[in-house]
Design a protein around this ligand. Structure first.
Ligand code: GAL
Length: 664
């Protein structure tokens, strides 16, 4: 995909007097920038009134970059329709749950399903792509900006949702059965009664219905992306096409969203206060691993932290020395082939004037600019890393299905789906092992350890592939709230973990949604206990959720240390086929996860680092011909760290990155 690592900035020439452009390009060149992203929000500047186009200014800036030998990545500007468009076509504006059109004037706010909006978007996209298709320095397009699942409640969406439901279920009988509509007289006698989940009382609506709407909203966004992708490629088949995503409130199903796109792009704003949360030390790397896993290939950072963030909220602290450079290299270590910083210069107007760029409002290049320059030099030095791939033996399974369903029906105070994923990711990262976060539908055959937390919505193919993986010798980790629902989001009438009971060799006799308190956990497995005690003295505890486990073929590894279920199994191990299956019926303290990860990795024959200082990350990328690998050792902490690795002691500065090239 890439012949060299790319380093660059997001540039908004339309925000600046044109007298600044030349100097900006000169300074970028001097810093070592080799790519810029532009035009993301420039619709009103490109089409000031309907059908009247003004691309001259963009031509001019592109020529400046072309002369400087800097690659240009453009954006379809559809995320901010101009004011004239909203005024003339109010039917394109999104509607809220109460069917009111939302007030426009910020950004977004258009319904991705609106045919009128799509027609207008199509026109500006055609103009743009046709204009630049022969410009060599323009290499591709970012579709729109940070697309969320289209939770719109306009009449077009109502009709489309109804059609979506009809094509899924065919008859109202099937639909009523799937949703369990016999509760509260919810039965539909005609499809005309099917509507999006309107109103502000979501928790009182049928979760089968609301989950389907989440799926529909996500499909709508994926369909919109496909519409733009096809359009761009029909004009310029060589253009690279992507869209930039982030972890937002209404996340689309990333695996569907990016299915057709050439690669994944991510907007990376790691939290600046460290530790962001001491329970989730490896949270930045979690996001990056999630991005790499979407297409199981390298990705781009389309927006990278550049300065103090803020605007609508009070500003967060400015990045400490080393952070800009460190966090960009951290992204590379996890599989990024390009890192573009948001943004070149801080805006002097608009809502985001305090979301700082590399250069401050004064336009005087300062400390962060100098650090960015060093980063550009690092990237140039390690340019040949581009295209090399991560190869890990641990998979962590993610699905938006569970996330949507658990958001619709939170299970207990403090417990959330990403929390469970992060605990397991953190546990393996803490012992120096790389993790691929992938779709639960991926082929699992290459993995030695498969962590599959909270498989809340049952998918029988996923279950089959986990049984198969264990039969063939993999270690499989499953957790509380697994097998709870059928595919329609109804509870199953079986002892939990239902379809996974045989695999885990247990039944959940009862459960306690314990909430935020702490309960003593007694680790009874000798090996696990030893590993826990070796490094940590506080006693293990559990919280939030307690499955009271009845062992069928499994053996208990830990039992509850209190409550009416004192002595009952909380964590178990089962031998299944050639593999080992671990069931974690509760939510544990961080050290318990880490020490259990050691037991599991040891059992799986994987070499881990026993005493890796907290916050040190080890990742690897392998050249495509398999002749060498790069090992990345990153210190994501505020102090210098000493570590023993590769048979020697090494010191790494705060936010420092060591890259070791190893011939294989
Ligand atoms: C991103 C967005 C940018 C900008 C940035 C800083 O999420 O794509 O346009 O808003 O955040 O807030």
């Amino acid at each position: 995909m890439a012949d060299k690592l790319k380093i660059g900035v997001d540039y908004y020439p339309e925000h600046w007097d044109k007298s600044l452009w030349k100097n900006d390009v000169r300074l970028m060149k001097e810093a070592g920038v080799n790519i810029v992203r532009m035009a993301e929000f420039a619709w009103s500047r490109l089409e000031p009134s309907e059908g009247v186009y003004s691309f001259g200014w963009l031509d001019e800036v592109i020529s400046l970059f072309e002369e400087a030998g800097i690659e240009v990545f453009l954006c379809t500007p559809t995320s901010t329709p101009p004011q004239w468009l909203f005024e003339k076509y109010p039917e394109v504006i999104q509607s809220d749950r109460n069917k009111n059109r939302i007030p426009t004037g910020i950004r977004g706010h258009r319904c991705l399903n609106s045919p009128v909006y799509r027609k207008l978007a199509e026109k500006i996209i055609i103009k743009m792509v046709e204009r630049y298709k022969d410009k060599k320095c323009v290499t591709g397009y970012q579709i729109d900006n940070e697309l969320e699942a289209n939770h719109c409640f306009c009449p077009v969406c109502e009709e489309k949702f109804r059609k979506w439901v009809i094509s899924k279920y065919g008859t109202t009988d099937k639909l009523n059965k799937a949703y369990g509509n016999n509760v509260w007289s919810g039965e539909f006698s005609s499809f005309s009664q099917v509507k999006p989940p309107y109103g502000g009382h979501q928790q009182w609506l049928n979760p089968s219905h609301t989950l389907d709407f989440c799926r529909f909203a996500s499909d709508s966004t994926a369909d919109y992306v496909e519409f733009q992708y096809n359009l761009v490629k029909s004009i310029d088949k060589n253009a690279l096409v992507t869209t930039n995503c982030w972890l937002c409130e209404n996340m689309p199903d990333f695996y569907k969203l990016f299915q057709k796109l050439d690669f994944v792009s991510y907007d990376n704003y790691p939290a600046l206060k460290l530790p962001e949360d001491k329970e989730t030390l490896y949270s930045h790397s979690f996001h990056l691993d999630l991005m790499r896993g979407i297409k199981k290939k390298n990705f781009w950072i389309m927006e990278q932290l550049s300065g103090a963030t803020g605007g609508w909220a009070p500003m967060a602290q400015t990045p400490r020395p080393g952070m800009l450079r460190g966090y960009a290299m951290q992204a590379v270590a996890h599989g990024a082939d390009a890192v573009l910083h948001f943004r070149w210069r801080s805006a002097i107007s608009g809502a985001e004037m305090f979301w700082h760029g590399i250069i401050d409002h004064s336009n005087v290049p300062g400390r962060r600019f100098e650090e960015f320059k060093q980063l550009c030099a690092d990237i140039a030095k390690y340019s040949s890393i581009a295209g090399s791939q991560a190869k890990n033996s641990i998979a962590l399974l993610y699905s938006s299905e569970h996330e949507y369903a658990l958001k619709l029906q939170p299970q207990t105070e403090g417990m959330y789906y990403f929390g469970q994923l992060k605990s397991l990711h953190d546990a393996f990262s803490s012992i120096g092992l790389g993790v691929d976060i992938i779709s639960e539908k991926e082929d699992l055959s290459a993995y030695k350890i498969i962590a599959a937390p909270t498989l809340f919505i049952t998918n029988h193919e996923v279950a089959e592939s986990l049984y198969k993986a264990a039969r063939n010798g993999a270690a499989v980790i499953i957790t509380n709230r697994t097998g709870v629902k059928d595919e329609y989001n109804k509870c199953v009438m079986q002892q939990l973990p239902s379809v996974y009971s045989e695999l885990a060799g247990i039944h959940v006799a009862e459960y306690d949604p314990a909430g935020s308190g702490k309960l003593k956990l007694d680790i009874i497995n000798k090996e696990w206990k030893q590993r826990y005690n070796k490094q940590y003295n506080p006693s293990p505890y559990c919280t939030q959720w307690c499955d009271l486990l009845e062992c069928i073929s499994a053996a208990p590894l830990a039992v509850y240390g209190g409550e009416f279920y004192k002595g009952i199994a909380a964590v178990t191990h089962n031998k299944y086929g050639k593999g080992n299956v671990y069931y974690i019926g509760t939510v544990m303290d961080r050290q318990s996860y880490i020490s259990l990860a050691k037991v599991i990795a040891g059992e799986a024959g994987m070499q881990y680092i026993d005493k890796l200082p907290p916050g040190i990350e080890i990742t690897q990328r392998y050249s495509t011909d398999g002749s060498k690998k790069w090992q990345f050792i990153f210190n994501n902490t505020t102090s210098r760290k000493e570590i023993f690795i590769n048979g020697k002691n090494m010191e790494i500065e705060a936010f420092g990155m060591e890259i070791v090239e190893i011939e294989m």
